[in-house]
Design a protein around this ligand. Structure first.
Ligand code: MG
Length: 460
């Protein structure tokens, strides 16, 4: 399927965005929506459904409504309680469940919440099934079960423990325990609080926690792991002489690292290191990234004897491609990394565990990063009405046809040894221009050059 087809299908979605349905609680996201969407999900996915939540103040309320909807349509529900998104996915993938639901708005501010639907193999639901759920929701075509077929609700308090055991089973626990590593983990008061500190201490790592008390209003800092939000973590790593720092977003499907000098590690660089490490353990294997991923990943993977396949932007696309071609590792530069051996989804605690193993085996994180090339990226955006997006993209392709182009997702144009990716947003009336180059100046000038071309097309 090319990017045009996907854009057209994605455009049919009115509720589901890139990561499920999201909205501000009480305006756009409320218990009525949760109940009726729960019934629509229960009409499409039939059988036993696993549900979990993050720690947001509204999560319990929304979960109860979704659970009622799932049961009213005749499905049994297993409630695993407070859990990272990948723990819910693991619970679905490793059992006979037909699907799962996660109540979370990931890194969004505390007033937001969301409903994410998981397929029977633990991957995020394909958007064609999201379109079907929406159709049932808008048509009010939910199929209510008769009284004698109402679903049963059970709880499972061991799901997070099984998720932790699953991660430990893939790591060299002996080498980690013998390494004497000291690590600071910042859980952003999110769902990672109930998993990652336990995993690290089980591994014999000397763990210091920050913001590891789950709290609905994210009192420590906003839960997107940006350099600004991780100032305390960076300071703590240097002040106690830790080997590195770990930070999760609110639902702990993503992990960002701080090196032993207290430096913030950009997500493409930690992706490159861990992908190279995974490939070095499986010679000749493949890593999946997206067309927006910096070349640092292919540089490091190639150096380790592996190869890289690029897909459209979005972790579900990456996960499905990995499964299809048997890749060992994959992800995106936002810290959402996937280890095939564990499961086909972004997996925050697994990523943390793999980094612990790699640093234990190969020495300080800052030294490992010294051997990774640096690329500079510039991101710009400009307004464009949704109805013009398709025409604008077609015109861009025409105009740039003299250059080497990659049309996997939007228009990626190669210019010298550098590139620029021009993509329409799937959710907002905008285009994004994303450049990569060896120097900051070159990345700036490239982004501006192609932004000029794009704007000329939009206004013409
Ligand atoms: Mg997340």
């Amino acid at each position: 399927m090319n990017s045009m087809d996907k854009a057209e299908i994605a455009d049919q979605r009115k509720l589901f965005g890139t990561n499920g349905i999201r909205g501000v609680v009480g305006s756009g996201m409320d218990v009525r929506l949760a109940l009726e969407i729960g019934m629509a999900i229960g009409t499409v996915i039939r059988g036993r459904i696993v549900i979990g939540t993050d720690q947001r103040s509204s999560s319990q309320m929304l979960k109860e409504a979704v659970v009622a909807g799932l049961m009213a349509t005749g499905n049994d529900v297993t409630d695993i309680g407070l859990a990272p998104t990948p723990s819910v996915q693991y619970s679905v993938a490793k059992s006979d469940a037909s699907g799962g639901v996660m109540i979370t708005a990931s890194h969004n501010p505390p007033e937001f919440n969301g409903i994410k639907v998981i397929d029977s193999d633990g991957t995020e639901l394909h958007f064609s099934k999201e379109v079907e759920i929406e159709r049932i929701y808008f048509d009010k075509a939910q199929k209510t079960a008769p009284w004698y077929e109402a679903g049963h609700l059970t709880t499972d308090s061991e799901a997070n423990a099984r998720y932790i055991e699953g991660i430990k089973g893939l790591l060299d626990c002996q080498a980690i325990a013998g390494s004497g590593l000291r690590v600071v983990v910042d859980c952003a008061n999110g769902a990672g609080s109930v998993v990652t500190p336990n995993l690290l201490s089980d591994l014999g790592v000397n763990v210091v926690t920050l913001n590891a008390n789950p709290h609905g209003s994210f009192p420590g800092h906003p839960s997107e792991p940006t350099p600004e939000n991780l100032a305390a973590l960076m300071k703590m790593v240097t002040s106690i002489g830790a080997d590195f720092g770990i930070a999760h977003d609110g639902d702990a499907d993503r992990t960002i690292f701080v090196d032993d000098h207290g430096g913030y590690v950009m997500g493409d660089r930690s992706f490159a290191l861990l992908a190279g490490y995974a490939v070095s353990k499986a010679p000749g294997s493949t890593v999946v990234s997206t067309v927006a991923t910096s070349d640092v990943v292919s540089d490091v993977v190639t150096r380790n004897g592996g190869k890289v396949v690029q897909t459209m932007v979005g972790s579900p696309v990456v996960a499905r491609k990995m499964k299809e071609i048997g890749a060992v590792f994959g992800g995106e530069e936002n810290g959402g990394l996937i280890l095939a051996e564990h499961q086909y989804c972004r997996d925050g605690a697994m990523t943390a565990g793999l980094m612990v193993e790699m640093v234990a085996a190969k020495g300080p994180l800052s030294s490992l990063l010294d051997n990774v090339p640096t690329y500079h990226q510039v991101k710009l955006k400009t307004a464009c009405p949704n109805e013009s997006k398709k025409k604008v993209t077609e015109r861009l392709v025409e105009l740039l046809s003299g250059n080497r182009l990659d049309l996997t997702d939007g228009v990626k144009v190669y210019d010298g040894g550098d590139w620029v990716l021009i993509r329409q947003s799937g959710t907002e009336p905008i285009f994004r221009v994303f450049s990569q180059a060896r120097t900051k100046e070159r990345a700036d000038s490239l982004a501006r050059k192609y932004m000029g071309t794009l704007k000329d097309i939009i206004i013409s």
